[in-house]
Design a protein around this ligand. Structure first.
Ligand code: SER
Length: 311
């Protein structure tokens, strides 16, 4: 029997919803408490409403359930964040401080903080962006993640809180919908293809970005959190790679399975965000420290996505 009690904050989100199920498998249904600011219709697991800006409510949830690990996934993403920069900062940073402070004051031992490729901006090598490249993010979301990485390291060094973090690339899965991100096109495009509709992409055809399949993203998260603390050499956040492709490359991969699928390109404000980010990621630190190894590339991801979405 697991002694760990897990709290997932942001459990209705694209990653949170899938991660919650994976954590239930690993730790047992009774040991995983899913929370979100919005109710979840028809969900039969343990679920509670929780606003990440309400620190007393987080503390009460943690104490009531004897929580030992927190996965803090609630945040406003890159594209949506630009519509209200100060509110994005308040939610992303305020939420993180609340989680860290509650963790420090209670029995929480480990915290997972998701960072992002959005921490990168100008003056990086675009191909195979290294772990220690300079961080000059251009979005408020990226600024909040870059700052959150430093605060993660700070809470570890000052207070011994075992915070662990991954810089997720764009995450692609059939189980859930993303919302408000710049990489969301790579999920939407599959839904259009399966419905037999043409797709208009909001990025231009040759803009390559780092991406990862949901199965790999979830496995990376569990492996990082399971690793012996002595293996975690990077206390800000780990570069994490799955694959890298442009809109025209994912279109071609889908067309190989769905003949006649048509894609056109109408870049909007998200194009500038995408252009500020890496095209591909060097994740050797994650590979060396805790054995990270992705399983999915564009081709086998596309087969799996189409298979599940057609069901
Ligand atoms: N998928 C995220 C976004 O586009 C990147 O972390 O905002």
């Amino acid at each position: 029997m697991s002694k760990d009690k897990i709290l997932v904050i942001g459990a209705n989100g694209q990653i949170g919803s899938v991660l919650t199920e994976a954590l239930r498998k690993e730790f047992g249904d009774a040991n995983v408490i899913a929370t979100d600011i919005r109710a979840r219709e028809g969900y039969d697991g343990q679920f509670e409403l929780l606003n990440v800006l309400d620190r007393p409510a987080i503390a009460s949830t943690v104490n009531r359930h004897g929580i030992t690990q927190v996965y803090h996934l609630a945040a406003i993403l890159s594209a949506k964040g630009e519509q209200n920069p100060l509110q994005t900062w308040d939610i992303n940073m305020g939420g993180l401080f609340n989680v860290f402070e509650v963790a420090r004051e209670t029995g929480v031992q480990k915290v997972f903080f998701p960072s992002s490729i959005a921490v990168f901006g100008a003056d990086i090598p675009k191909q195979m962006t290294p772990q220690n490249a300079v961080l000059k993010p251009t979005t408020v979301y990226g600024m909040s993640k870059a700052s959150g990485e430093l605060w993660s390291q700070y809470y570890f060094q000052k207070f011994g809180l075992d915070v662990r973090s991954l810089r997720y690339p764009g995450v692609i899965g059939w189980q859930s919908q993303p919302g408000g991100g710049t990489t969301d096109y790579a999920v939407e495009i599959y839904h259009y293809a399966v419905r037999g509709e043409d797709y208009t992409c909001f990025l231009s055809e040759n803009t390559a970005l780092p991406m990862i399949y949901m199965d790999d993203a979830i496995r990376a998260t569990l492996e990082l959190m399971d690793a012996d603390a002595s293996k975690i050499g990077e206390r800000t956040s780990y570069n994490l790679a799955g694959m890298s492709f442009s809109p025209s490359e994912i279109a071609a991969a889908i067309q190989a399975q769905v003949p006649g699928f048509s894609v056109s390109y109408q870049p909007d404000f998200r194009q500038a965000i995408a252009e500020s980010w890496p095209a591909s990621i060097d994740d050797r630190a994650a590979r060396n420290d805790w054995g990270w190894q992705p399983k999915y590339n564009l081709e086998n991801m596309t087969k799996d996505m189409l298979f599940h979405l057609k069901k």
